[in-house]
Design a protein around this ligand. Structure first.
Ligand code: ADE
Length: 288
C-alpha cells in the first residue's frame, strides 16, 4: 500500500518519455493524484526517494510519465500545462525531461544522446502553450530555452558514463514539430539547412511552460532514427523508434540515475530550488 500524500516539498522532477514510463530502480514513497486548473496531468506523480550521496538523507524526486503510464497519449494530446502546473504545485523547481528524437545530423547516430541548447518551434499553435492569458500579461526570457546550470550537470554526468556505452553530444538544436505524422522528406531536408540537430514532438510547449513557471528545465534526447533525409538508412517508423528505445533503455536509466545522484547532493540545493531564476517572470496585470 503506497501512500497517496507526501509531506514536504519535492524540488526535483523527471518527465519520462517514450520508453521511459517508469523508473523501477528507485524506492517508491508515494503516488499523488494532483488536479490543476488546467486539468489532470498525463499520469499520477510518483514520488521516489533517492539517498543523497553526500548526506545519505532521502531526497524526493517527482516522476511523471508524459504519455501516460501506458503510453496512451500522443504528443499533441499531452496536457503539458497540467503536467507543469502539477509539478510546480508540489514544489518542483528543477526538471530533467527525457524524450526520443530523430537525428538530422550524420554524426548523431541512433542510440546517441543529445543534450540540446536550442530549440526551433514547429508546433502549430494548437496545443495550449502559455499560462499567461485572460488579463495576465507576462513575458519570460526564452533566448536560451534550457537551463545552462542544470545542463552543465547533465553533460558532466553523461560524459562520466562514456566508458559504459553512453555516447553524448553536448549541444544541438532540437526542432519540435506538431506530429503525430512524421516529416516529409522536403521538411526533413529543410530542417537540416536550418541547423537542426535532432527532431521530436514533445519538447514544446513543455520547455516554454517550465520557463513561465520559473522551473530550471533541461531535456535529454535519445536519438532513435535518421528521420527520412538519410539516403542509406531506412525512413523513420514507430517500430524503429520503439526498437532503439527498448534496446537502449538500460543506458537511458543509467544516465537519469547519474543525474539524479548528482542533483541530490547538498551542493546543488540552490540549483534544484531554482534560486537563480527568481524574478524572471515579468508580471503586469492588464488594467482594462
Ligand atoms: N521522435 C523520434 N523520432 C522522430 C522523428 N524522426 N521525427 C519526429 N519525432 C521523432
Amino acid at each position: 500500500n503506497i501512500p497517496t500524500s507526501y509531506s514536504g516539498p519535492v524540488h526535483i522532477g523527471v518527465i519520462g518519455g517514450t520508453g521511459l514510463e517508469h523508473l523501477p530502480d528507485f524506492n517508491k514513497a508515494a503516488v499523488l493524484n494532483v488536479d490543476t486548473p488546467y486539468g489532470t496531468p498525463s499520469s499520477p506523480i510518483t514520488i521516489l526517494e533517492h539517498p543523497s550521496p553526500s548526506t545519505g538523507k532521502p531526497i524526493p524526486i517527482a516522476f511523471l510519465a508524459r504519455h501516460g503510464p501506458h503510453h496512451a497519449l500522443a504528443p499533441h494530446e499531452v496536457p503539458s500545462r497540467a503536467n507543469i502546473a502539477a509539478l510546480r504545485h508540489i514544489g518542483v523547481r528543477c526538471i530533467i525531461a527525457f524524450s526520443a528524437a530523430g537525428s538530422l545530423a550524420e554524426e548523431v547516430k541512433p542510440r546517441d544522446f543529445v543534450v540540446p541548447d536550442q530549440v526551433i518551434d514547429r508546433t502549430k499553435g494548437v496545443r495550449p502553450w502559455t499560462f499567461f492569458e485572460d488579463g495576465v500579461v507576462c513575458h519570460v526570457p526564452f533566448a536560451d530555452p534550457f537551463d545552462g546550470k542544470v545542463g552543465e550537470v547533465v553533460r558532466k554526468c553523461g560524459h562520466s558514463l562514456e566508458g559504459e556505452g553512453v555516447v553524448l553530444h553536448d549541444k544541438g538544436t532540437v526542432i519540435v514539430m506538431e506530429g503525430p505524422q512524421f516529416s516529409t522528406r522536403a521538411e526533413s531536408n529543410l530542417y537540416r539547412t536550418w541547423g537542426g540537430t535532432v527532431i521530436n514532438m514533445s519538447t514544446l510547449p513543455e520547455a516554454k511552460l517550465a520557463a513561465e513557471a520559473e522551473i530550471a528545465y533541461q531535456v535529454i534526447l535519445m536519438s532513435t532514427d535518421y528521420d527520412c533525409w538519410h539516403d542509406t538508412n531506412e525512413d523513420v517508423s514507430v517500430e524503429m523508434v520503439m526498437g532503439h528505445m527498448r534496446a537502449n533503455a538500460v543506458n537511458a536509466r543509467r544516465f537519469i540515475a547519474a543525474v539524479l545522484d548528482e542533483l541530490s547532493k547538498e551542493e546543488h540545493i540552490d540549483l534544484v530550488e531554482a534560486k537563480h531564476l527568481a524574478g524572471q517572470r515579468k508580471f503586469g496585470v492588464s488594467t482594462y
